[in-house]
Structures are given as C-alpha cells and as structure tokens.
Design a protein around this ligand. Structure first.
Ligand code: TXA
Ligand code: MG
Length: 331
C-alpha cells in the first residue's frame, strides 16, 4: 500500500514537469499539480471537467510555508494551525499578489492546508526539497466535477482513469469527507464547509463559535454549489419512521431501491440492496462515499437514505447528503 521511494521520485518528477499526481490525504484523495505553475494547474480543471473559476486548496508541508502564500494572517488563524495541522482543516487567507489566479479562481484569497496523511506529507516535503522550501501542491478532490469524492486509490482510477499519469496509493482515507474550511479573509472566522473538525472544536481555540455560511450564492466554495458529491442514481432522504412504508410502496410500484441506513435490514423490507452504516457521525462520515458509490453501482432506480439525526454533530455528513440529493440522477 505504501508508495515506494521510486513512486515518490516519479511523483516529484511529474509535479516538477507540470504534470498531475493523485495522492491520498486523511480526508479524500486529491488531484495535485505544482501550485506555482499555472499551466500545470490548468490541467487539473481539464481532467476534472471543473469550471475554471473554482478556487483550489494549496497543500503545503508545514506552517513555515504560510507566509509565502498568504499575508495579514490573523493570530486566531495561527492558533488553529497550531492546534489542527497537520489535519483536516483548510484556512482561507488573504493571498500574496504573486499567487496565480488559476489557483485562486481570480479571488484575492488562497486556501491553505497541511494534510495529516504520511504519504501526502512525504510527497509535499520531497517536492519542497526540490521546488523550493515553501512549494505547494494545488489539489481538489480527485473526482470528476460534481461527483462523489474518492476515498481509495481505486475510486480515483474509476473517476479519472488515464487522465492522471500517477496515483499514489495510501489506502483508504481515515476521515472520509473533505476538510473543514474556515475563512479568515473577512475579519471574523466563518465556516464555509463543515467537516470532521466541528464548530465546538474551533470554539475551544477561538473563544467563540464561528458563524457557518455554507450556502454562498457565488461559487466561492465549489462544495457550496447545491448539486455536488452526487451519484448518478437519483437519491432521496426518508425519515427513519417512514422508511419501511416508503420501501414497500416503491416495491409495489416495481421500483428497485438501494438503501443506506443506520439500522439493520428488516426481514420484511427486502429492497434491492441494503448498506448498513455506523450509528455515530464520525464512523458514518468515514463510510459515506464508499456507500454512495456502491449503492450507485447496485443497479437500483433510487437510492434511499435514512434521514440523519437533527443534531449539530451530524452537520458535516448532513451537508454532503443534502448536496448529493440535489445532484443525484443527473449523470
Ligand atoms: O479535504 C479536502 O479539502 C480535499 C483534500 C484533497 O485536501 N480537497 C478538496 O478540494 O475538497 P475541493 O477543490 O474539492 O474543495 C475545496 C473547496 C472548494 O469548495 C473551493 O471552492 C474552496 O475549497 N476554496 C478553495 N480556495 C478558496 C478560496 N480562496 N476562497 C473560498 N473557497 C475556497
Ligand atoms: Mg471536491
């Protein structure tokens, strides 16, 4: 599973020559390019089929690189880095003037993250050793635009195939959903995308709970577009109490359902496929994209997801599911 020395060398050579490399992080797999090379970054948009005005996260090896990419970094942002890096947290900061607009989607801010995965860190360190101390790798999730983020190397292959010359395999991702994004470019900290690091974790460091603003009109955060993380099969959320009735109604109509539920398959239900999920939000997040992918391949007409508890601890998972519902069935 762990890439060899030769794999890492090849990855660094590819990045240096302006090519793409897919690599694991603790959240999801990323599709990386040298963030200082606009022509290389343009290849990311082409491979994903992603609109070019969507900004990318720059992954760096450590805090030392932050001043190279960003300016006017507030103390509170440094404190979050201290606490959560390497880890599933992205900070949006005022960018240095030199940072290519292909990376920032033409905005005056840049997203930065030190990922908490040994393969990602090794790649970033080796790249910085040859490309300059503060070199960064721009990387969105390694899926086709609007689709489910990959959490294994096989999923990257399924999404991008030979559009990417090298996929470093670091095994399945530990977190399973994308990083929490906190915007510091407007003074107060604002959460643009919920994730594994929850508002109460941020509050413990910041001293107050940050505002959450996920439904931006303009695509400041591509994950904030309504349709995203979507399977090809249409998807519906159904309350747990109504689930069995809903499924039998579908069956009478001849519909084939694939179900994602926190409960066991009941004797009577007999839908086409049943994916049982962990009952806690962290475990659920870890399994979510694999479950969506598998149910998408189950040959069903409809993916039925048991609605989640209405509790802040489930916010990140609920956010991804809501967008999957908005995007499902358009494949
Ligand atoms: O966990 C993650 O964040 C993964 C791994 C690979 O690091 N990356 C990821 O990238 O999810 P992507 O491109 O799929 O989502 C990054 C989000 C996008 O929604 C983008 O709009 C937002 O970060 N973003 C990046 N730079 C930004 C900026 N300057 N201002 C506002 N949003 C930004
Ligand atoms: Mg993405």
């Amino acid at each position: 599973m762990t890439p060899t020395d030769a794999d890492f060398r090849r990855a660094v050579d590819l990045l240096r020559s302006g090519e793409l490399v897919a690599f694991p992080t603790e959240t999801v797999y990323g599709l990386g390019a040298d963030a200082a090379n606009p022509a290389a970054v343009a290849k990311i948009f082409a491979a994903k089929g992603r609109p070019a005005d969507h900004p990318l996260i720059v992954h760096v090896a450590g805090h030392d690189a932050v001043d190279h990419w960003a300016e006017q970094v507030p103390d509170a942002a440094w404190e979050l880095m201290e606490m959560f890096w390497p880890g599933p947290l992205t900070l949006i900061l005022k960018k240095r003037p030199w940072v290519p607009s292909t990376v920032t989607g033409g905005q005056d801010t840049v997203g930065l993250r030190v990922p908490g995965h040994p393969v990602a860190l090794e790649l970033l360190r080796r790249f910085a050793a040859v490309a300059g101390d503060h070199a960064g790798v721009a990387a969105p999730s390694a899926n086709r635009f609007g689709r489910i983020s990959p959490t294994t190397a096989d999923h990257v292959r399924e999404e991008l195939g030979d559009r990417v010359p090298l996929i470093l395999d670091g095994g399945p991702c530990a977190v399973g959903i994308e990083s929490t994004i906190v915007d510091f470019s407007r003074g107060e900290a604002v959460v643009l995308r919920p994730g594994h690091i929850a508002p109460e974790h941020l509050e413990a460091i910041l001293g107050c709970r940050p505002a959450i603003e996920t439904a931006a009109g303009a695509p400041r955060v591509s994950g904030s577009l309504e349709a995203h993380y979507a399977p090809v099969t249409p998807l519906r959320l159904v309350a747990g109490a109504r689930l069995l009735d809903f499924l039998s109604a579908q069956r009478h109509r001849g519909g084939r359902c694939a179900v994602i539920s926190r409960h066991q398959l009941p004797q009577a239900g007999m839908p086409h496929a049943w994916q049982m999920m962990p009952a806690d939000p962290v475990g659920y997040a870890h399994d979510l994209y694999v479950a969506l992918r598998e149910m998408d391949h189950a040959g069903a007409d409809l993916i039925v997801v048991e609605a989640l508890p209405d509790d802040p601890a489930w916010a990140a998972v609920a956010d991804r599911l809501r967008r999957a519902v908005a995007g499902g069935g358009h494949g």
